[in-house]
Ligand binder design. Sequence first.
Ligand code: AP5
Ligand code: MG
Length: 220
Amino acid sequence: MNLLLIGAQGSGKGTQASVLVKRLGIQHLSSGDLFRSAIDQGTPTGLAVKDFIDRGELVPDALTIQLVVDQLKLPEFQPGVILDGFPRTRDQARALDKALAELGRGIDRAIYLHVPREQLMDRLMGRYVCVAHQHVYNLKSNPPQVAGVCDLDGSELVQRSDDKPEKIERRLQIFFEQTIQVVHYYRAQHKVIEIDGNQPIASVSTELLRGLGVAAEGAA
Ligand code: AP5
Ligand code: MG
């Protein structure tokens, strides 16, 4: 199964991707995580994208498409993939459809996590991610068992450099002006499942799995 998770910044794409990985047994591929790892490792890609990410702007399509399409060819993504944060423009969506078609695959469902804009700032201001694997926490809705430490790998929890109010505003503006076009693109292909992301994390997971026709047991 090849799935897309589409949603505004803070809608819960990364959070729900972890649930889907466990439940469906396919791998998660987040363009944002790829970029942040490249920056941390100081690779040429990391150097090229750092300024865009720090400013909350989209990385240019050519660079983003190349990076994600190369990943899709890796063996771990052959059984299926949960794409998170890609595509974000119509050109990225067209490039993805073409690349998957060349691999004899296609998108099965595009999941749109819908959350009212006014909720998103609050969620992102309380978000912490672990330095080892970018596991996601929230001081209010999803705190770690030990403050400042990842439950899953014991690494330190930090705030993302783009989780600052003015950068969050810019990222949200880009979502509601541009990335929403990707929802329309896949709606025209009758592939969109719209999920109410403005409910507790476990309830979102249950609705999501039901929308995919997968039993909710084991979702947590
Ligand atoms: P990316 O890393 O994709 O960030 P984003 O789009 O800004 O999305 P987020 O990761 O902020 O939100 P999320 O939906 O994953 O929410 P989460 O689950 O963490 O991209 C970063 C940057 O990379 C971009 O700005 C751009 O520069 C570049 N980039 C990436 N992809 C690109 C592309 N395709 N093209 C061009 N540039 C690209 O949850 C958020 C918080 O809320 C957490 O604290 C969580 O615990 C909490 N939470 C989650 N669900 C709930 C719930 N139901 N109730 C209460 N709290 C909840
Ligand atoms: Mg994310």
